[in-house]
Design a protein around this ligand. Structure first.
Ligand SMILES: Nc1nc2c(ncn2[C@@H]2O[C@H](COP(=O)(O)OP(=O)(O)OP(=O)(O)O)[C@@H](O)[C@H]2O)c(=O)[nH]1
Ligand SMILES: [Mg+2]
Length: 384
């Protein structure tokens, strides 16, 4: 029998290596999380140790959990071996393994952050707490600290508050600049606005319509599929009257095609949709079946910054399956904590575009400004 130990970053890469080394019928005997490397005992990298075995001839090794002294294994009917082929053939069990590893990883990260917290230079420790106050996810804080320590470990102990602050600032700006989206593209013909109830979709559409008319002189048309709320159509109709923009109400993909045809002379169609509980995946797929994303279109997922990250994440995950181009954040004026912008950008690599910060139409909207958002987060730090 051949037994080998692997230290890898993720289970999928382990499975590949084991398969090529030990063959399709190799058995995974044990997996555990370990830490490696790091600096002064801080921020060690998390890895997975996998022990795998196969017969010398590459055959599957039958076993039970009772290992005999002669290093042979007995098979039992209840305990099926974790062969590579078994793991690979079951996407469900793969997903479960990955989910378990992810949970374990999160637990270790939390523990790890608390443990190392006492060893960080005091300014960095304060910034860590500051980011946590802004609802940055613990894993993301750890990642930011990790980058800073990796890049600046030689000077860290002697840095002032403002210098340390500057380093965190650079990390935050870098995250946003990697994923920056602009607003509505001049080439776009239809922009769809989707998202949970009451986040500000209709109000934002009115703000953007005014912006497009006044700044770019574009001819705008509105379509709405929101027939759930009694007052929803009146709300958009009011804005349509004020801005002198045509409005069409649709109930089906067929209606939608007719409306688009009727609006063939406008430069840009802004489509409002009904807010639903999009934590429910069914509601997302139902909505997406109404949208025709084959035209030159953009889909904006509208999320309020007052929403908890856990819920934002579920909603975003559901929408990701059906396609979103950009994120639009609303209600910045109603919260002090902007960490969710970064949590979402980091986890989903999505592009934030507009941000809204009040109820005034058309004023309270602009393209998300990286410096402003970062200043808002780090501005509250005192330079004693
Ligand atoms: N404070 C604040 N309120 C906002 C902002 N944007 C929208 N609102 C308010 O949020 C409320 C809901 O706005 P709507 O535009 O109707 O939201 P919606 O997403 O279209 O709602 P549904 O169609 O019911 O799903 C209204 O009172 C808006 O004035 C914002 O940026 N800040
Ligand atoms: Mg609405």
């Amino acid at each position: 029998m051949r037994v080998k130990r692997y230290v890898v970053e993720s289970m999928p890469s382990a499975l590949q290596k084991i398969k090529s080394d030990l063959g399709q019928n190799a058995v995974i005997l044990n997996t555990k999380e370990i830490k490696q490397g790091g600096f002064l005992g801080l921020f060690k990298q998390k890895r997975i140790e996998v022990i795998a075995a196969a017969d010398a001839d590459g055959n599957k090794k039958e076993f039970s959990h009772k290992q005999s002294s002669s290093d042979t294994f007995e098979s039992t009917s209840e305990q099926k071996p974790n062969t590579i082929s078994a793991i690979e053939s079951s996407s469900d069990s793969n997903a479960n393994v990955l989910e378990e590893v992810k949970k374990l990883k999160e637990f270790i990260l939390k523990f790890h952050t608390n443990e190392d917290n006492t060893k960080l230079p005091v300014h960095l420790k304060n910034l860590q707490l500051h980011l946590s106050d802004h609802d940055f996810e613990p894993q993301l804080i750890d990642k930011i600290m990790h980058h800073i320590i990796e890049q600046h470990h030689e000077q860290l102990g002697s840095l002032s508050v403002s210098e340390t602050n500057q380093m965190v600032r650079e990390q935050l700006l870098k995250m946003l600049s990697n994923h920056n989206a602009q607003g509505l593209s001049p080439k776009t013909r239809i922009a769809y606005f989707v998202g949970p109830t009451g986040v500000g979709k209709t109000t934002t559409i009115a703000k953007l319509a005014a912006d497009q008319v006044l700044k770019y002189n574009r001819k705008i048309g509105f379509i709405t599929s929101d027939t759930y709320r009694i007052a929803a159509i009146d709300q958009l109709k009011t804005y349509a009257n004020i801005l002198d923009v045509p409005l069409h109400i649709v109930n089906s993909p067929k209606d939608f095609e007719v409306a688009v045809e009727k609006l063939k002379d406008v430069d840009l169609i802004l489509m409002d949709t009904a807010g639903r509980n999009f934590r429910n995946e069914m509601n997302v797929s139902e909505l997406k079946s109404l949208l025709n994303t084959s035209e030159r279109s953009e889909t904006y997922l509208v999320l309020s910054l007052t929403t908890k990250y856990k819920d934002m994440k579920t909603i975003t995950n559901n929408f990701m399956k059906f396609g979103i181009d950009k994120i639009l954040f609303t209600k910045m004026d109603e919260t002090e904590s902007l960490g969710n912008i970064f949590n979402l950008v980091d986890e989903f690599s999505l592009k934030p575009s507009y941000i809204t910060y009040g109820q005034n139409v058309p004023d309270d909207v602009s393209i998300l400004n990286d410096d402003e958002v970062t200043d808002r987060i780090l501005g509250g730090i005192s330079y004693e």
